[in-house]
Design a binder for this molecule. Structure first.
Ligand code: RB5
Length: 166
C-alpha cells in the first residue's frame, strides 16, 4: 500500500495540486509538497525534476505532477532514469498505467479537469497494483533503453545529425 507521495505543479497546475493535496492528507497519505506554492508563473521542468528525483532517490514511493496539459511535466519527468511518468486523463489509462506499465509518477492536466475528476483518477492510480508477468519483461525493456542511452546525446536536440568528416 502506497503511503508517501511527492507533489509538484507549475502555476497552471497549482489549483489542482492544492485540491489533491487536501484529498491525500484527508485519506492518510504522507505528502511531500515540492511546490509551486502560488499562481506566479514558473517553469514546469524545475518541478518535474524535483518530484522525479525524490521518487528515484526513494524519498517517496510515488509522485504526482500537474501542469496545464500535463504534457511538459511528463516529458521532463521521463528524462530521469527510473521514472515512468504517465499522463492520464481518465480512469482507464490511470489503472492501465499501473497494471501494465508500473507507472511511478502520475501526471495530470490542471486545465483539463476539475478536482473531483482529478481525485477519482488519483485514487484509481494509487489503488491499482502492477500485474507483473509479461508486463514486467516489457517494463524491464524500458530500463534497457535507458541503459543503452545513458550519457548518450545528453542535452542535444534530437535527431542528431551525423558529424561531417573534415
Ligand atoms: C504553462 O502555460 C503551460 O505551458 C504548462 O503548464 C504546461 O501545460 C506545459 O506542458
Amino acid at each position: 500500500m502506497v503511503s508517501t507521495i511527492a507533489l509538484g505543479a507549475d502555476h497552471a497546475g497549482y489549483g489542482l495540486k492544492e485540491a489533491l493535496k487536501a484529498w491525500l492528507i484527508n485519506y492518510g497519505y504522507q505528502v511531500l509538497d515540492l511546490g509551486t506554492h502560488s499562481t506566479d508563473s514558473v517553469d514546469y521542468p524545475d518541478y518535474a525534476a524535483l518530484v522525479a528525483e525524490s521518487v528515484v532517490d526513494h524519498k517517496v514511493e510515488r509522485g504526482l505532477l500537474i501542469c496545464g496539459t500535463g504534457i511538459g511535466m511528463a516529458m521532463a519527468a521521463n528524462k530521469v532514469p527510473g521514472v515512468r511518468a504517465a499522463l492520464c486523463a481518465d480512469l482507464y489509462t490511470a489503472r492501465m498505467s499501473r497494471e501494465h506499465n508500473d507507472a511511478n509518477v502520475l501526471v495530470l492536466g490542471g486545465r483539463l479537469m476539475g478536482a473531483d475528476m482529478g481525485a477519482d483518477i488519483l485514487k484509481a492510480w494509487l489503488e491499482t497494483d502492477f500485474a507483473g508477468g509479461r508486463h514486467a519483461r516489457r517494463v524491464d525493456k524500458i530500463a534497457d533503453i535507458e541503459r543503452r542511452h545513458a550519457g548518450d546525446r545528453s542535452g542535444e536536440v534530437a535527431p542528431r545529425r551525423p558529424a561531417r568528416s573534415p
